[in-house]
Design a protein around this ligand. Structure first.
Ligand code: ZN
Length: 290
């Protein structure tokens, strides 16, 4: 079958758009059209750290965002189990088994693709006026040579999400070097990661690992250096805005950070650990302000 785009009903709507990806489904053919959007309206930045179950974001105005991609993992597990069952009958009935495997693989691929299209559409709608910053996932492989199967599947999905999102919003990719390990507050590499928390030996920050990475990606995307001043001015207020402060030691929940109720101070004593808890979980603990 062959058809002309310029004689079709939708042509006027996409006249000066660029033809993007073409997707062939069982009963549908999807043509994607893209158009460069004027940049002047898009000046807000949101960064995303990709994880197995979540995408952890940090953005202008909104601060911390978390989006679940657990569904992708669930799809892979489901079809992995189905495959294993069929593989058991490979010896007995190889022809049928192979046919079934092919079917299972295709279904898995379709489910993943459908999820990613839906997910990215929602993301693009919610953050349409943002520039989205990701780690360059091709370079990511250079720094992280983990051969774990789960990880390579996740990496494949992450790449796909970024690829598809590029058709819908403005995306920039930054060097992923040390985004997890670097303290997003003072830029030190002298950190330890324990139970999902990054602890900076230099400035005393304790912060959720994914959030730290998202902030690092955000600052890279903005072209900003990691300094305590930048952190206090740009990052800290947005964390607070987000937060129900939950101080440790069972003290009462409070919107204000318990040790520093007046808010922002530019100079922070080094080495002392204060108690500023930004979200319901143990998200961030800042060094105490004198
Ligand atoms: Zn630090």
């Amino acid at each position: 079958m062959r058809f002309r785009i310029d004689s079709n009903w939708f042509y006027d709507r996409v006249r000066d758009w660029k033809l993007g990806e073409i997707i062939l489904k069982d009963k549908e053919l999807i043509l994607m059209f893209t158009k460069e959007i004027e940049d002047e309206n898009i000046n807000k930045v949101i960064s995303w750290d990709m994880n197995m179950f979540t995408m952890d974001g940090f953005g202008d105005e909104i601060g911390v965002v978390k989006k679940s991609i657990r569904e992708l993992y669930r799809i892979h597990i489901t079809y992995h189990n189905k495959r294993r069952k069929v593989q058991k009958m490979l010896n007995k009935n190889p022809k049928q088994a192979r046919r079934l495997l092919k079917k299972i693989n295709k279904r898995e691929k379709d489910k993943v693709r459908d999820f990613i299209y839906k997910f990215t559409t929602e993301l693009a709608r919610e953050f349409s006026d943002y520039i989205h910053v990701f780690e360059d996932l091709n370079k990511e492989v250079m720094y992280n040579r983990s051969k774990k199967h789960n990880r390579s599947i996740a990496l494949h999905n992450w790449r796909r999400i970024v690829e598809v999102l590029k058709y819908k919003v403005k995306v920039i990719e930054v060097d992923p070097k040390f985004t997890t390990k670097t303290c997003s507050r003072c830029g030190s590499l002298d950190t330890i990661i324990r139970n999902g928390t990054v602890i900076c030996k230099e400035c005393g920050l304790k912060i959720n690992r994914q959030l730290n990475a998202a902030i690092n990606i955000y600052l890279k995307g903005k072209g900003l250096k990691r300094t305590v001043q930048v952190w206090n001015k740009l990052i800290k207020p947005r964390l607070k805005m987000w937060g129900v402060g939950v101080p440790p030691n069972g003290a009462k929940s409070n919107d204000m950070p318990p040790m520093n109720p007046e808010g922002v101070e530019d100079d922070v004593a080094q080495g002392e650990v204060g108690q500023i808890w930004v979200t319901l979980s143990k998200f961030v603990q800042l060094p105490q302000t004198p």
